[in-house]
Design a protein. Structure first.
Length: 364
């Protein structure tokens, strides 16, 4: 099982880097000041869903420990099960219609089963349509006593003011490198993975403040290194792709050589290369070529060694600006998905094919 699933926090203490939020929520539980609508905002993988679930258990726990769920009482045991009917998770990205929200409005009237509160967690809430927002607003205006809403979003600026003003808002922060190092160290200890200090730092930095990203990078490196992580391997796996790989890859893109692309991806995977990182390199290379094509002072902007610049320039000349822009779009759009998908390779391959067929479609 993936590390980020195994290590989902179960108490507020286990949540890292969000003390400003967890302290407040603990106090709310201890003082019994429980609101009906919360809004959790912040970057992906910083703890929004995890904290929402801890809170949902804490409000129902029969004997909370310093504001966190005890994990032992009948209610905690019940709510620890993944699909207990009292904690309703809805993904607004795929249920964004007014009817989806109406359904909630009808169901909120029913009492919780065996516990005190029903908790609705609405993820990616910014995806709701205008009429769905209006329907939600009606519910938020007169919430039944036994219901709590937790809305979560990575894009808070897309929410209407009317919704914002109904919610108690918590902004999840990017987690510091030092907190991530600390966290990784504990997890590697438990997993009996050896890892030197420098690799810890490299991995934590590569996670860019997201705990989930950090753990999934750690996962791929640990499994490649088979339990003993070294700085050399970490650098190699994390490091930006050797520019020769980029040149080769773009050569195949240009010629629409599907076989070449699939073989290259296969080779990289066997070398333990992080394919999500590679996808980022692809957008970057497309951008470099575009800079060369369009900017007078490209060599200054890119600041590459002369011989490398010459090679890039040679390749840039073979491409259309439009295609380069498309590659940037297609590959940067895939970057995020690549971090979360269970089949990175398949998604990367599909992305490459999209990039190629897009060219076909244009030419025909
Ligand atoms: N603050 C944190 N402390 C400890 N672990 C965390 C934290 N944030 C994220 N994680 C880890 O990342 C995993 C995913 O976190 P979670 O689902 O809570 O993130 P999220 O903010 O809801 O992300 P998204 O915006 O993608 O929904 C958790 O299972 C846990 O392993
Ligand atoms: Mg989430
Ligand atoms: Zn309990």
């Amino acid at each position: 099982m993936a590390l980020y699933r195994t290590y989902r926090p179960r108490t507020f203490d286990e949540v890292i880097g969000q003390e400003h939020i967890t302290k407040t929520l603990e106090n709310m539980i201890m003082n019994g000041h429980i609101g009906h609508a919360y809004l959790f905002t912040g970057t992906r993988g910083t703890g929004k869903t995890s904290v929402a679930k801890i809170f949902a258990r804490a409000v129902n726990c029969l004997s909370p420990v310093h504001g966190s769920p005890c994990g032992k009482c009948a209610n905690c045991l019940k709510l620890q099960q993944d699909n207990d009917i009292n904690i309703i998770e809805m993904d607004a990205a795929s249920n964004n219609k007014v009817d989806d929200i109406r359904e909630i409005r009808e169901k909120v009237r029913f009492m919780p089963v065996d516990v005190k509160y029903k908790v609705y967690i609405i993820d990616e809430v910014h995806m709701l349509t205008d009429s769905a927002f209006n329907a939600l607003l009606k519910t938020l205006e007169e919430p039944p006593k036994h219901v709590i809403f937790i809305l979560a979003t990575t894009e808070v600026h897309k929410l209407p003011q009317t919704i914002l003003s109904r919610c108690v808002r918590f902004d999840f922060r990017l987690v510091s490198v030092s907190a991530l190092i600390e966290h990784l160290r504990k997890i590697f200890d438990k997993e009996k993975v050896e890892c030197d200090e420098e690799s810890l730092k490299l991995i934590a930095t590569a996670g860019e403040g997201s705990v989930r990203d950090t753990l999934s990078i750690a996962d791929s490196i640990a499994s490649y290194c088979q339990g003993k992580i070294t700085k050399e391997e970490t650098l190699r796996i994390l490091g930006t792709t050797d520019y020769n790989l980029n040149l080769e890859f773009f050569g195949y893109l240009k010629e629409r050589e599907v076989g070449g692309i699939l073989a290259l991806i296969d080779r990289m995977e066997k070398d333990g290369k992080n394919l999500a990182v590679f996808s980022k390199d692809v957008s970057r290379h497309a951008r470099n070529l575009l800079v060369i094509k369009t900017c007078e002072n490209a060599s200054k902007i890119l600041n590459l060694p002369d011989d490398v610049f010459a090679l890039f320039k040679q390749q840039a000349d073979t491409f259309d600006e439009k295609d380069l822009i498309r590659y940037m779009q297609v590959f940067s759009a895939a970057e995020n998905e690549l971090r979360y998908t269970l089949s990175v390779r398949l998604l990367l391959e599909t992305t490459c094919l999209t990039a190629i067929t897009g060219m076909d479609a244009k030419k025909n």
